[in-house]
Design a binder for this molecule. Structure first.
Ligand code: G1P
Ligand code: ZN
Length: 543
């Protein structure tokens, strides 16, 4: 067995975004690229001698290769143990659970979430700390600094090791444990939820469709929904994680999960429909002819979580990302619990969860989660919905309508303009920032601006400050528009425009969302000149 130290030189593009390092597979396949990043990560952690690491990913192209490289580097760097999901597979929430449950040093998650996979698709790596959550900015910044000065890396030059069989063995001095990716996750779900009640619901004829979109949640959903809770075989579709996700784009939204939306709006709709994303942390939930949009879903879950055994004692507080609608704020108010507004990205929930300030959290981008792990968790959200349905006897449309009748409705939509020219997008945002002081008090198309700012967040737990998190424009009547650039794309820039308007009038609760938001959509274009600057007449994705 040869332990080698190889000379290398830095790459200039290894800055981490909202969810770690995300690049085209072709970029990751350059000689030394992955190795440089992993060694920089190890260096940023102050070395990994004696560390216990978890390794797994969403099954996309390069997942296995990367797992092999990381194992050989981990052993060469003195890591004490590596716990690896069989075949290198672990959903993001499952990885978070393993880190927490077995008190590991941290975990390396191989995923580009919902981005397309395959040889021409994307790949990504992120590091999660001992609390099971995405590494905080001080670590990701330190990794980036290391990538700029790396000179060599350590690796074992040996043939690939066996990651296909459940087994424990040694690689030099490092223990390797190949584990079932599903088992611990399922045990945790059985502790949180009333599986008997859900089983009864399903046995009574309640039908379910779960679309795993050829990504990581297939094995989890098959084991839990079909084999344990009794959903008919075939209820989970696209259930085998494929290297290229079968060409699907596992981002659960009305565009990329169109097959599910079509089904749920057809005569053959089951009672319940759901989908997750590439690495299993996102979710969408639908009922017949009803979409429980993520911001609403967070509000409904917060209002009803106590119906699940894991939350029977109630909820301490909630947190939502800033662009997520304020629907949950209303629930928090009625429950008399705090509601925190954080920047986009799950890592900002970590401190609040660790400090016990919040129990549930969520983002408009189809992410919902709780303090059971430190990641958003797609299947968890699906099970919480099923538990609430089983306990309340109400289906998705009834739960939604009852919720709006009680709290009013925050009409909400996100318009994405993808693959924009980087310079154009940056200039658009820079100019918007410049406009902020002149906006307050202005009336645009009959909409009166009451306030405008660029969101700056001070973490209530550690006091750290994150600025420039999105331009927010508030209008009279509880409406707002937010503009920000995506931090997860790999091609050009993506402009996200978030639109929200509260409606308390019972007659208007069932309006079409885009119609309800039409005046704001027009105002957004007036304020940011989106169409004239980008040449786009409509968004690439409306969710
Ligand atoms: C997007 C979502 C954000 C989510 C992140 C990672 O980030 O908007 O809510 O946390 O993916 O899943 P963005 O591309 O907007 O930076
Ligand atoms: Zn994801």
């Amino acid at each position: 067995m040869t332990l080698t130290t190889l000379k290398t030189t830095p790459f200039d593009d290894q800055k981490l975004g909202t969810s770690g390092l995300r690049k085209k597979v072709s970029v990751f396949r350059q000689p030394d690229y992955l190795e440089n990043f992993i060694q920089s990560l190890f260096n940023a952690l102050g070395g990994v001698e004696g560390a216990d690491l978890v390794i797994g990913g969403d099954g996309r192209f390069y997942n296995r290769r990367a797992t092999q490289i990381i194992l050989k580097m981990a052993a060469a760097n003195g890591v004490a143990s590596a716990t690896v999901g069989r075949n290198g597979l672990l959903s993001t929430p499952a990885a978070s659970n393993i880190i927490r449950k077995y008190k590991k040093t941290g975990g390396i998650i191989l995923s580009a979430s919902h981005n397309p996979a395959g040889e021409n698709g994307d790949f990504g790596i992120k590091y999660n700390s001992s609390n099971g959550g995405p590494a905080p900015e001080k670590i990701t910044d330190a990794i980036f600094e290391e990538t700029k000065k790396i000179t060599d890396y350590k690796i074992l030059e040996i043939p690939d090791v066996d990651i296909e069989h459940l087994n424990s063995y040694k690689l030099m001095d490092m223990d390797i444990h190949i584990i079932d990716p599903v088992e611990d996750y399922q045990l945790m779900m059985e502790e949180i939820f009333d599986f008997d009640a859900i089983r009864k619901l399903i046995a009574s004829g309640f039908t379910v469709r779960f679309d795993a979109m050829n990504a990581i949640t297939g094995p989890y959903a098959k084991a839990i929904l079909e084999r344990t809770l009794g959903a008919a075989e075939g209820s989970v579709v696209n259930a085998v994680p494929l290297l290229d996700f079968g060409g699907l784009h596992p981002d659960p939204n009305p565009v990329h999960a169109k097959a599910l939306f079509d089904l749920m709006h057809s005569d053959s709709a089951p009672d319940f429909g759901a989908a997750s994303d590439g690495d299993g942390d996102r979710n969408i939930v639908l009922g017949r002819n009803t979409y429980a949009a993520p911001s609403d879903s967070l509000a409904v879950l917060t209002a009803n979580a106590h119906l699940a055994p894991g939350y029977a004692k109630g909820i301490k507080g909630v947190a939502r990302s800033m662009p997520t609608s304020a629907a949950v704020d209303r629930v928090a108010k009625s429950l008399n619990i705090p509601c925190f507004e954080t920047p986009t990205g799950w890592k900002f929930f970590g401190n609040l969860l660790d400090a016990g300030e919040v129990t549930l959290c969520g983002e408009e981008s189809a992410g919902t989660g709780s303090d059971h792990v430190r990641e958003k968790d797609g299947l968890w959200a699906v099970l919480l919905w099923l538990n609430i349905i089983a306990a309340s006897g109400k289906n998705v449309p009834e739960l939604m309508t009852d919720h709006w009748a009680k709290f009013g409705r925050n009409f909400y939509s996100r318009h994405d303009y993808e693959n924009l020219d980087l310079e154009t997008a940056n200039k658009l945002i820079a100019d918007l920032r410049g406009k902020i002081p002149s906006l307050a008090g202005k009336t645009i198309d009959g909409l009166k601006v009451v306030a405008a700012d660029d969101f700056c967040y001070t973490d209530p737990v550690d006091g750290s400050v994150s600025s420039h998190q999105g331009v927010r424009i508030y209008f009279k009547g509880e409406s707002r528009i937010i503009f920000r650039l995506s931090g997860t794309g790999t091609e050009g820039a993506t402009l996200r425009v978030y639109l929200e308007r509260f409606e308390g009038n019972k007659e208007k609760l069932s309006m079409n969302t885009q119609d309800a938001l039409a005046p704001l959509i027009a105002a957004a274009d007036k304020i940011a000149n989106i169409s004239s600057r980008t040449g786009r007449v409509e968004p690439s994705v409306i969710s």
